[in-house]
Design a binder for this molecule. Structure first.
Ligand code: ADP
Ligand code: MG
Length: 205
């Protein structure tokens, strides 16, 4: 499915997409947070992209761990440690392989979600990135065909972002707003969708 080189390429594309969508993500965060989500992620994934050349000959697990450590250390907001933990756990799940298959991907995705839930003490339905990611993983798991599953995972994440508009935030800064968070999409769910879109696009070609 993806060797180390491909994984590095996907991370580079994620950095580009986040940079492109920086203002849109920040606008979402301005509505229910402090308006830095796009800036945070552009800084973090930009730093990841800058380190990919050093990691050119590394295993998939080592590249993902490098990405995780870089996100933790370069992103100030809550999303840095959350996405950082996600990539660290994904890297640990894949391990020292230089090629990951679809089962590795599903295990890594599952570990990433568990990492976010643990670090954020969050679950589905709290208006966070998990509301995009958990339905996406479920859709991927339900489809016996990995490529189809990945397409359905993106659709499920889109629906998850829409769903976050309907619910109250109970985690993170948006929770300070109480009922006023209703009607707005969660920025972290939107960035999770973006990351999944890039992964699907790169893997499906
Ligand atoms: P900050 O809130 O520190 O400014 P960001 O703006 O970069 O950080 O990220 C905000 C996003 O992080 C939210 O939209 C939400 O998806 C996610 N988030 C915040 N707190 C939690 C948590 N405890 N668990 C899971 N996700 C969270
Ligand atoms: Mg913020």
């Amino acid at each position: 499915m993806a060797d180390s080189k491909k994984v590095a390429e996907v991370l580079r594309k994620i950095a580009q997409a986040v940079e492109q969508e920086k203002d849109a993500l920040t606008a979402l965060d301005r509505a229910i947070g402090d308006g830095d989500h796009g800036i945070n992620l552009a800084r973090g994934f930009g730093a990841v992209a800058a380190r990919l050349d050093e990691a050119a000959n590394a295993s998939v697990g080592a590249i993902l761990k490098m990405a995780g450590m870089t996100l933790v250390s370069t992103v100030g907001g809550a999303s840095g440690p959350l996405y950082g933990t996600a990539f660290l756990k994904a890297g640990a799940a894949v391990g020292e392989k230089t090629e990951m298959d679809s089962n590795d991907f599903i295990r890594a995705f599952d570990a990433a979600i568990a990492g976010i839930a643990m670090r954020g003490k969050a679950q589905q339905g709290e208006k966070t990135m998990l509301d995009a990611l958990i339905p996406a993983l479920n859709a991927l798991r339900e489809d016996p065909d990995f490529a189809n599953g990945l397409r359905r995972a993106v659709k499920a994440a889109e629906a998850g972002v829409e769903y976050t508009k309907t619910i109250l935030a109970t985690k993170g800064r948006a929770s300070y707003l109480g009922n006023r968070s209703i009607g707005h999409a969660d920025p972290g769910a939107a960035s999770s969708l973006l990351i999944l879109q890039v992964i699907a696009q790169e893997v499906l070609g």
